[in-house]
Ligand binder design. Structure first.
Ligand SMILES: Nc1ncnc2c1ncn2[C@@H]1O[C@H](COP(=O)(O)OP(=O)(O)OP(=O)(O)O)[C@@H](O)[C@H]1O
Ligand SMILES: [Mg+2]
Length: 352
């Protein structure tokens, strides 16, 4: 399809209905709330929900007993566009704590890593409306952590390794000065790191040798499979992260490639799905938009070819819709738009 007219700006996601469960949410409640926005990735959702649940439990206990917590930061591994950032952002809304994201690569491009890190924490405070106590219970998501491989040192920029060291300090918990006389304590901030870690599976297949235990039993086989798919700290070390850093990320959740079926669901199922957003835009014109399942399947096929996870879905869908949305407002007699395929013209039905 040829869309030459300007695209409508995507409507902001509808977050008004999100279940604000607060910090005392149970893991199962968190997963249920995540399910409304994040399709699939069940294993990762469970791992993250339990991590967040126990994180806030530990904080509560430490505030009761006055003993500092031993934090378990989280590492999310998975291909681009499969929902890592979306999951963290949604999660922080569910548990109602301030949330910021940062990219490890931009930390590695500056000579002033510590200033950049201070800026991240300052953003967290801003998100908390200036309330430092609230910011100290926030979540910081640092993406592209896999790009911090140790030997990647470049002149005039921080090496991946020095960025890892700088991050270690705040992940461990430290007092960071954000403004004159103003400090933020990072002890209770949950750090979630993310990365695609391309090539990790190869490393794992070379280093994982649990297969030698002879087993005929199905259950044992399952346990072996689990052990073999589990990412070990040594795998991350082989990948290029320093041991101290992998040691601070004891919880690992893996995001899987999205299947065609999941891509179709992403466009149609979440509360703020692309389809429901555009149906609403048409509804505002008094027009019903009906897109057949086949269209979503065709878009998913293209998205899989583009290898950007779910990222290209919106663009592809908008390319389909834009020419129609260009015409519809000029024709009040149109009551319904039916799209049956990417490769046939949409049917414009008059008001009955
Ligand atoms: N599992 C999913 N369920 C619903 N939507 C998804 C899912 N995965 C991706 N999306 C859609 O794709 C967009 C991009 O996903 P997201 O930003 O979470 O990717 P990512 O895994 O963080 O990728 P990257 O590694 O490139 O940062 C999201 O804003 C969302 O619209
Ligand atoms: Mg991301």
């Amino acid at each position: 399809m040829n869309a030459t007219v300007a695209r409508p700006a995507p409507p902001p996601p509808d977050t008004s209905e999100i279940d604000l469960l607060g910090r005392h949410a149970k893991p199962s409640q968190i997963v249920k709330a995540l399910d409304q926005y994040v399709i699939g990735q069940d294993e990762a959702k469970k791992t993250i929900s339990v991590a967040v649940y126990s994180h806030f439990k530990k904080i509560a206990k430490s505030e009761r007993d006055g003993i500092p917590i031993v934090k378990s930061n989280v590492l999310l591994i998975g291909p681009s566009g499969t929902g890592k950032t979306l999951t963290c952002a949604t999660l922080s809304r569910i548990v109602d704590v301030p949330f910021v994201t940062a990219e490890a690569t931009s930390l590695a491009q500056t000579r002033f890593v510590n200033e950049e890190i201070d800026a991240i924490l300052q953003r967290l405070i801003d998100k908390a409306g200036g309330d430092i106590a609230r910011a100290q219970h926030g979540i910081v998501f640092i993406d592209e952590i896999d790009k911090l491989k140790a030997p990647d040192a470049k002149a005039h920029s921080a090496s991946g390794e020095s960025v890892q060291h700088a991050l270690l300090k705040i992940m461990e918990g430290s007092q960071v000065k954000v403004a004159a006389g103003l400090y933020i304590d990072t002890t209770n901030i949950l750090f979630i790191c993310g990365g695609a870690f391309v090539g990790l599976d190869e490393i794992m297949s070379q280093t994982h040798g649990f297969g030698f235990i002879a087993t005929s039993d199905d259950e044992n086989k399952k346990i072996l499979d689990r052990l073999n798919t589990r990412v070990k700290p040594t795998d991350l070390f082989t990948y290029g992260l320093i041991p101290e850093f992998t040691g601070r990320l004891p919880i690992i959740a893996r995001f899987r490639d999205l299947t065609r079926e999941m891509l179709v669901r992403i466009m149609t199922e979440p509360k703020d799905s692309i389809y429901s957003q555009f149906r609403e835009i048409f509804a505002n014109e008094g027009v019903e938009l009906a897109v057949e399942r086949k269209v979503f399947e065709q878009i998913s096929e293209l998205a899989i070819e583009y290898k950007t996870g779910a990222r290209s879905l919106r663009g592809l869908f908008e390319e389909l819709i834009t020419p129609i949305l260009f015409v519809v407002p000029d024709h009040p007699e149109i009551g319904k738009v039916l799209i049956g395929s990417l490769f046939t013209d949409p049917k414009l039905v008059g008001r009955g």
